[in-house]
Design a protein around this ligand. Structure first.
Ligand code: AMP
Ligand code: GLY
Length: 430
């Protein structure tokens, strides 16, 4: 079985690790473009994630049996449609379904059409319109928090939870002034700010049936106690405390089923991984966003709990027989702590020598996923991006999982290494 994973981060390393770990097939794994950590487990192919033609040609020429897409950009650009047009097997949503992530305006209107609970919103087609909505008082006065979102893909930079109306006005000005690319900011969504606790629910879907993954939570702000700018994610946890069974069942009824049914009704049955970002409010669960792919770093924490063969899951999706498959997860909670470079997220420093990696990996309870590393001339490990490593473990309790991560981290060091000591700890840094 030859599998190509498309992407280059910690998420893709975790996918490749999980494919290998429980496989009942003999696997040949490829990753495009991958990274130095991934290169220990898969052959890395020098093709960018957005070079759809090159990826498809490689897949064709190499007889790849199954293609798996990590990041959102190629999905939004229609990689699945193109691979399928060429008769190549690929797991992921087509361009039409990917609009659930690639256009927040589309996603909000979709939720309204299917009565899926979400924050009250308005869509503006230009900055003037957005400012008009804010000034009208429809979302409260100066002291009211309000959320401003760019419509399109913006790598985590398109959403501003503003504490006041003047902050929201500034956010609109920044978005149209170049904080995100002009195309992403052509439409702007103004949204009611929801109080509550966030949870991410990911699921596999083959267009007909679905299977939930363990609920997870990530930590988006760069600094401890949720301070500083938003990032791709500084850590993640899974565990029973994140989403109780009754609320999970309610989310399935009110969100998961109507979303998948809505996608079928609108002619784009969802195939792949759907990530539902939720706010648990006093009035019930509300959808904050859809992602049409695995999250990073949620995937790392989720996949260390997978006991089933991931290859089998992807095959079942591509053959529309997920309904016949039971997926087995460990009951143990898990955590992933991201080690980032100085300057992340604005301007990460790269090229620092990483010490202690081998020592950190010696404990069999911990897996270190590489998000951005390279090898120096003498084989030393170097940092190669903002998020560098994701130290991941499970344990009988969340606390044990976290202790395993932090004990392993104590061995790792580079000039400028940064991480949050409060992952999974609402009570504050350890
Ligand atoms: P999104 O990309 O839409 O998930 O937004 C990124 C982050 O912004 C979310 O994970 C939340 O922390 C926050 N957020 C988005 N929408 C809202 C909202 N309506 N109320 C409160 N926080 C929000
Ligand atoms: N961690 C959030 C995401 O992958 O979008």
């Amino acid at each position: 079985m030859r599998i190509l994973v498309i992407g280059s981060g910690g998420r893709e390393h975790a996918l490749i690790w999980a494919l290998r770990r429980n496989s009942t097939h003999s696997l040949e794994l490829f990753c495009a473009p991958g990274n130095a950590g991934i290169a220990q487990m898969a052959e890395c192919i020098p093709a960018g994630v957005n070079d759809i033609a090159a990826l498809a040609s490689f897949s064709e020429a190499s007889g790849i049996d199954l293609n798996i897409v990590g990041p959102e950009a190629p999905l939004a650009a229609g990689i699945v449609d193109e691979f399928e047009r060429r008769g190549l097997r690929i797991v992921g949503p087509g361009r039409a379904a990917a609009r659930l992530e690639s256009s927040k305006a589309f996603a909000k209107d979709f939720m309204r059409r299917h009565q899926i609970p979400t924050a009250r919103y308005r869509i503006a087609s230009a900055a003037d319109g957005a400012l008009g909505i804010l000034r009208s008082g429809e979302f409260g006065g100066e002291a009211a928090p309000v959320v401003v979102k760019a419509d399109g893909l913006a790598a985590g930079k398109g959403v501003i939870v503003a504490a006041s109306r003047s902050e929201a006005i500034k956010a609109v000005e920044d978005l149209v002034g170049g904080a995100v690319n002009a195309d992403a900011a052509r439409r702007i969504i103004i949204e009611e700010a929801l109080p509550g606790r966030e949870v991410s629910l990911l699921l596999f879907s083959d267009g007909k049936d679905f299977r939930l993954m363990p609920a997870s939570r990530d930590h988006k702000r760069v600094g401890e106690n949720d301070t500083g700018p938003n990032t791709g994610g500084m850590g993640s946890i899974t565990g029973a405390g994140i989403l109780d069974d009754a609320t999970r069942d309610r989310v399935v009824r009110e969100v998961v089923e109507p979303t998948l049914q809505g996608a079928r009704d609108e002619g784009f049955p969802f195939r792949g991984v759907l990530f539902i970002g939720l706010m648990l409010t006093a009035d019930g669960p509300r959808v904050l966003e859809y992602n049409v792919r695995f999250g990073d770093p949620e995937t790392q924490a989720i996949l260390v709990r997978l006991n089933s063969d991931l290859c089998e899951v992807f095959q079942a999706i591509s053959e529309t027989r997920l309904g016949q498959l039971e997926i087995d997860w460990s009951d143990e909670p898990s955590a992933c702590v991201v080690l980032a470079a100085r300057g992340y997220p604005a301007k990460p420093e790269i090229g620092s020598v990483i010490d202690g990696l081998a020592l950190a990996e010696q404990s069999g309870d911990v897996v270190v996923f590489h998000a951005a590393t390279s090898r120096g001339p003498n084989g030393e490990w170097l940092t190669a991006g903002g998020r560098v490593l994701g130290v991941t473990a499970k344990g009988e309790t969340l606390d044990l999982a976290l202790s395993r991560c932090y004990e392993a981290i104590a061995n790792i060091q580079w000039d400028g290494m940064r991480y949050r000591r409060d992952i999974g700890r609402p009570e504050g840094p350890r």
